[in-house]
Design a protein around this ligand. Structure first.
Ligand code: FUL
Length: 506
C-alpha cells in the first residue's frame, strides 16, 4: 500500500492532471492484481477438493462379502450356482459399520461385485445377482442400499468396490464395447441410486484372464488403460458425485501396493501417470500428478473373504499398520470380512473395540495446545490473514504457519511449564498448496536447554497430509515415553517455504 502511494506521489509531481488520473487507474489495477494476503504460491501438483476430502477420511474399512463367502474361494470363476449365495441370516451392513466406527474408522467400502460378477443388489444388467440367490435372506438382500443407509445414519463415509473384471459376463473382453457400455458403466450408474455422496469408488487392478464368460470357459485379455472408457466413466461419475474419488484405474488415488499395511517413510503424494499399476510406497518427489497413496490391508489372516473365524491380527499389529500408513501420508483401508450370517463375528468386533481404545489412549489427547509455541521465523502477514505460530495448534483446517518465500528451513519449539510424558509427534502440511517438506528432525529436552535427537534412525523426510513420528523410532513398541519440558522440530529442507498446518504431541 505504502509503495503505491509513493509511486503516485513521485509521478504526480511531474505529471499533468490527465496523466495523473491515468496513473491512478493503473495503480488501482495493480492493487487488484497484487497478493494482498501475501499468500504463498502453490507448489504443483496440488490436490483437488475431492482428494482433500478423501485424504481427511484417513482410516476406513474394506468389507469383502459376496459369493466367495459361501464357496470359500478368493476369486470365483464366474460359473457359481446362484443358489450358493444363501446367507444364514439377514446380512447386516449396519453391524459392520458400527463395529469399525468403534475402532475410530470414518467410513467404509463394501464390495458389491467381485471378479465372479455376482452383484449384491438387484441389477438390470445381469441375472447373476441376489434376486436369484438361494434363500429369502439372499433374495431380500441389497448390500449397497443397506450399507449406504447405515453409513448415513452413523455419520460415516461410504463407497463401493465394483470389479471391472467380470468372469461371468459373456460380453467381457469379447472384442466389442458391449460389456463396458451395457454392463459395467450401467452398474456404476445404478449404484448412485443408493447415494450420490460416495467418497470413493474402488476399481481393483485384476483384469482379464480365464473365466466362465457366459459359458465360453475361455481366457479373455483386455488393455485396462483403454478398455474401460475411464475418461467417460470419470466424467459421468463426477457430474453426479463431484466429491467421489475414483481409485486405481480411475486415476485419482494410487495403490500403495504391498497389501501389508505400510507406506514408505518417505512418501510423496505426487506421482507420474502410468504409475498407477505397480507398487508405489514412496510416490515421486517430482511427480506431475496428485496421486495420493492408499494402503489396502487385511486385518485377518488368509484371504480378503471370510474363511474361518478367529484369525484377526492383534490390536498392537493393527495399531502398527495405522502408524505406518496414516502416520506416513497414506490412507488405510483395513479389511474385515463378514461371515456366512452376513455379520462380523464377535471376535472381530472385540478386536475393533480394543483398537479404538488403543488409538484413543495413545493418540487421543494432544498436548500441543497446552504448550507455548515459538518459531524461528514467520511469514509476513497479509491484509486479511496471518501465518503465525498460533495456527499450528488452533485446530482450524484453513490456517497454517508459514515462512517467507525463500526461507526453507525453520524451527518450531513447544515448551510446557510442567514435565510431560510423550511418545509421538505428529505434523501436518497445508497440502492444498502442494507437498513441500523434504527433511526434518525432532528433538526433545528434559530441561528446555539440553536437546536429544529422537527417531534418528527413521527417515524423517516427507510430511505430507500427516506424519506421525514415534519418538523411540519404533512402530511396534509403545515404550515408556520420554519425560520432557520441550520439543523442537527443525525443518531442514523444503521444496519452497514450508506451510505447516498442525503440530500435535502425544
Ligand atoms: C485385488 C483383488 O483381486 C482381490 O481379490 C481383492 O479384492 C483386493 C483388494 O484387490 O485386486
Amino acid at each position: 500500500m505504502r509503495k503505491t502511494t509513493q509511486f503516485l506521489l513521485t509521478v504526480g509531481l511531474a505529471a499533468s492532471p490527465l496523466l495523473l488520473q491515468a496513473q491512478s487507474e493503473f495503480s488501482l489495477q495493480q492493487q487488484t492484481l497484487a497478493n494482498p494476503d501475501n499468500e504463498p504460491a502453490p507448489v504443483h501438483p496440488v490436490p483437488h477438493e475431492r482428494q482433500m476430502q478423501w485424504q481427511e477420511t484417513e482410516f476406513y474399512a474394506f468389507f469383502h462379502y459376496g459369493m466367495n463367502t459361501y464357496t470359500g474361494k478368493e476369486w470365483g470363476y464366474g460359473d457359481e450356482n446362484r443358489a450358493t449365495f444363501a446367507p444364514t441370516a439377514a446380512p447386516n451392513p449396519r453391524q459392520w459399520l458400527e463395529a469399525v466406527k468403534a475402532a475410530g474408522m470414518k467410513g467404509g467400502i463394501a464390495v458389491v461385485k467381485h471378479h465372479d460378477g455376482f452383484c449384491l443388489w438387484p441389477t438390470e444388467t445381469t441375472d447373476h445377482n441376489v434376486t436369484n440367490s438361494g434363500n429369502e435372506f439372499g433374495r431380500n438382500t441389497n448390500i449397497p442400499r443397506d450399507f449406504a443407509a447405515a453409513a448415513k445414519e452413523l455419520g460415516m463415509k461410504y463407497g463401493f468396490y465394483i470389479s471391472p473384471w467380470d468372469r461371468n459376463s459373456a460380453y467381457y473382453g469379447d472384442g466389442t464395447n458391449r460389456y463396458v457400455k451395457d454392463v459395467f458403466l450401467r452398474q456404476c450408474t445404478e449404484l448412485v441410486q443408493y447415494g450420490d455422496d460416495q467418497f470413493e469408488m474402488w476399481f481393483d487392478g485384476a483384469n482379464g484372464g480365464d473365466g466362465y464368460y457366459g459359458g465360453a470357459n475361455t481366457t479373455r485379455s483386455i488393455d485396462n488403460s483403454t478398455y474401460y472408457d475411464i475418461p467417460n466413466l470419470r466424467d459421468s461419475v463426477h457430474k453426479v458425485m463431484p466429491n467421489c474419488v475414483m481409485w486405481g484405474v480411475g486415476g485419482e488415488a494410487r495403490w500403495i501396493g504391498n497389501e501389508a499395511g505400510w507406506a514408505g517413510e518417505t512418501n510423496w503424494s505426487p506421482r507420474n501417470r502410468g504409475a498407477e499399476k505397480g507398487r508405489a510406497e514412496n510416490g515421486e518427489e517430482d511427480g506431475w500428478y496428485w496421486l495420493p497413496g492408499e494402503s489396502d490391508a487385511k486385518a485377518t489372516g488368509g484371504g480378503w473373504f471370510w474363511h474361518s473365524d478367529g484369525d484377526c491380527k492383534t490390536a498392537d499389529q493393527l495399531f502398527k499398520f495405522y502408524l505406518e500408513t496414516v502416520g506416513r501420508n497414506a490412507t488405510l483401508i483395513l479389511n474385515f470380512p463378514p461371515n456366512k450370517a452376513g455379520i462380523l463375528p464377535d471376535t472381530y468386533v472385540a478386536k475393533l473395540k480394543e483398537l479404538g481404545q488403543m488409538l484413543q489412549t495413545r493418540l487421543g489427547t494432544d498436548l500441543a495446545p497446552n504448550a507455548k509455541v515459538e518459531v524461528s521465523t514467520t511469514r509476513a502477514a497479509g491484509a486479511n490473514r496471518t501465518y503465525e505460530a498460533a495456527h499450528l495448534t488452533d485446530n482450524n483446517k484453513d490456517t497454517y504457519w508459514a515462512t517467507d518465500d525463500g526461507v526453507n528451513t525453520a524451527t518450531i519449539t513447544l515448551t510446557w511449564d510442567e514435565t510431560q510424558t510423550i511418545h509421538y509427534v505428529s505434523l501436518m502440511e497445508y497440502i492444498r498448496k502442494g507437498q513441500r517438506v523434504k527433511g526434518f528432525t525432532v528433538e526433545t529436552s528434559a530441561d528446555g536447554t539440553n536437546w536429544t535427537q529422537r527417531a534418528s534412525d527413521t527417515e524423517l523426510t516427507t510430511i505430507g497430509y500427516k506424519r506421525i513420528v514415534p519418538l523411540n523410532g519404533s512402530t511396534s513398541s509403545y515404550g515408556n515415553g520420554y519425560k520432557v519440558k520441550a520439543v523442537r522440530i527443525t525443518i531442514t529442507d523444503s521444496k519452497a517455504c514450508p506451510l505447516i498446518h498442525t503440530v500435535s504431541v502425544y
